[in-house]
Design a protein around this ligand. Sequence first.
Ligand SMILES: C[S@@+](CC[C@H](N)C(=O)[O-])C[C@H]1O[C@@H](n2cnc3c(N)ncnc32)[C@H](O)[C@@H]1O
Length: 249
Amino acid sequence: MRTLRSGLVAAVAAAMFVGCAVAQSQDKQGADRAPAPDRPRRAQSAHDKAVQEFIDRAPLPKDDDEKKILAVLDDMYRNQRKGMMNIQLEDGRFLRLITEAVNAKHVVEIGTSNGYSGIWFCLALRKTGGKLTTHEIDEGRAALARKNFARAGVDKRVTLVMGDAHQEVLKLKEPIDVLFLDADKPGYIDYLNKLLPLVRPGGLILAHNTSNLGQAMKSYLDAVTKNPDLETLFVHRHDQGIGVTLKKR
Ligand SMILES: C[S@@+](CC[C@H](N)C(=O)[O-])C[C@H]1O[C@@H](n2cnc3c(N)ncnc32)[C@H](O)[C@@H]1O
């Protein structure tokens, strides 16, 4: 328990550090990284400039398996982003880091798209022995996701549920360690209401786009910041933003 909690604290602290600094890095990921989609860059402070080279460093594979998965993610980042509404690279790194840190066995994702964020989760799940249940309503994106999961070699860890997630999540029965919301923004509150009972104490709810699309999910933001059973903070606020909510033990 203590390991889990300290892992979570370390993960969030690390993410906040990265999140505060990487805003400027996304557009200059180096020749081996695809450029980020258009987005504003704030002025760099002297401090930012001093640490930029560290921030820009790509994730380093520890083994051949990780190397293969990172290569697929890099290819998707370069060549498949158009129309896929994928998370940013640093958000993917955050999802992997926090999922591995809390030793998640079951991640539920709402909004698969082509599987980009899902593969980041799988980078962690192959080490925790866990699995991903991911929901998508669009057949075309789901078909692409299946191909991407297969070529990354993570398809056996993934259950892709087709259909309207507002209905499909009602069929979920197993406890959830990490819930990732990244589909229709006004629907976040409905997903929360339906799935919070399944999130285990000590589990996390991660909500994407809390910075750039927060207006569309106000009821969700209200719910996760007013409930004493939950602790919520916001990371990567410089960009799309991720709400990180702990379901207290
Ligand atoms: C922002 S994209 C997800 C991006 C993905 N998480 C990633 O970073 O790779 C949102 C996805 O949610 C899907 N979606 C929207 N409403 C949905 C619903 N009610 N049920 C299931 N999927 C839905 C969309 O078709 C779209 O592919």
